[in-house]
Design a protein around this ligand. Structure first.
Ligand code: FAD
Length: 307
């Protein structure tokens, strides 16, 4: 597999091509920093994880479109100053179509040709009423088309193993995911989840519609009890009760919580790889240690899969 090539080199495969390749991809997600300290931590994590030669890395777009400039700047810096292949997240929140085209143009100008197209959430309360920008778009599906029309981009979309919190039921959620794929998405990456079955059921539902867009599981190891609460807020999915009991049993011991988080995340990733997932996308929260530990546990599987 061609890993670690700067994104501008001619012939560098797109992320869509890598995900459809023979070996599973391994990728890391970072968020744009807001402070000088945050920036130092981000670059430390990027440098530490670079040596693992991930297939690609992605940079999120701040809630409410607040990090437009930092997302573009960090993604560009990854493209020009590291050996990593970057993808920029882009959301439609608070942006007119003209502004979205402008951001897409800046990404293209920086040599970035991989974009994760998202609707995003309303600023402030993520579950508040979604109000489209008067000259903007309604759904991620529209943004997929916009990015596609703008040039030779490889486009990804979000998927929700448990269903998106706003979707009425899983069937509606599946139909909307498939619409995004048919609008031109090359791949999907899921919201974090903690039960492999949730992912496998989503994959089956999408396959049953005849859609073969690869769906990459997004994972994040629990490193503190607070991660559990945060994951429930973000995904709208209940934390698996059996797993919750295991964490609650060691809740007073920070090191034991962390060790259990690494162990259970590694076990879930190993199961997903056995099930033939197209890759694993790690949400790093701009820290390298937990991701590296899960990666190390998976190393033998990874080597076997790539051979
Ligand atoms: P959509 O696909 O537009 O879906 C939104 C809702 O509308 C869903 O309920 C869907 O079922 C419904 N829907 C979709 N299409 C239609 C249609 N045509 N007709 C009727 N209903 C429809 N947020 C950020 O702010 N920045 C990020 O960088 C970011 N990165 C993310 C990365 C991943 C991997 C994931 C999974 C999520 C990420 N998010 C990010 C969160 C995401 O923006 C929110 O979950 C948002 O609420 C939904 O975005 P979407 O792209 O899935 O929207």
């Amino acid at each position: 597999m061609s890993l670690g090539l700067p994104s501008r080199l001619p012939g560098t495969p797109s992320i869509g091509e890598l995900i459809r390749g023979a070996a599973p991809t391994f990728s890391f997600e970072f968020f744009p920093p807001k402070t000088a300290d945050g920036e130092r931590l981000l670059w430390q994590a990027i440098r530490e994880l670079e040596s693992l030669r991930p297939s690609f890395v992605s940079i999120t777009y701040g809630a409410g479109g607040t990090t437009r400039d930092t997302t573009v700047a960090v993604t560009e810096r990854v493209a020009t100053e590291t050996t990593l292949l970057p993808m920029a997240h882009l959301t439609a929140v608070n942006h007119s179509v003209a502004e979205l085209r402008n951001v897409i143009g800046r990404l293209a100008g920086a040599g970035i040709r991989n974009v994760l197209a998202l609707r995003g959430d309303p600023p402030g309360d993520p579950m508040g009423e979604w109000v489209r920008h008067p000259e903007g778009v309604d759904y991620a599906e529209d943004l997929v088309r916009l990015v596609r029309e703008a040039g030779d981009f490889s486009v990804g979309v979000a998927a929700f193993p448990y269903k998106h919190p706003r979707s009425v039921d899983v069937d509606e959620d599946t139909r909307n995911l498939v619409r995004k794929c048919r609008a031109g998405a090359d791949f999907a990456i899921t919201q974090m989840f903690f039960d492999a079955e949730d992912y496998l059921r989503l994959r089956d539902r999408v396959a049953a519609t005849g859609c073969d867009t690869p769906i990459v599981p997004g994972v994040m190891p629990v490193t503190r009890m607070a991660t559990i609460e945060r994951s429930v807020q973000l995904s709208g999915a209940p934390f698996p009760p059996e797993l919750l009991r295991r964490f609650e049993a060691v809740a007073d011991d920070e090191a034991a919580v962390r060790a259990l988080g690494i162990e259970t995340c590694s076990a879930m990733c190993a199961r997903l790889l056995d099930e033939g997932v197209p890759g694993i996308h790690f949400i790093t929260l701009n820290r390298s240690t937990a991701t590296r530990e899960v990666w190390q546990q998976l190393a033998p599987t990874q080597v076997a899969a790539a051979a």
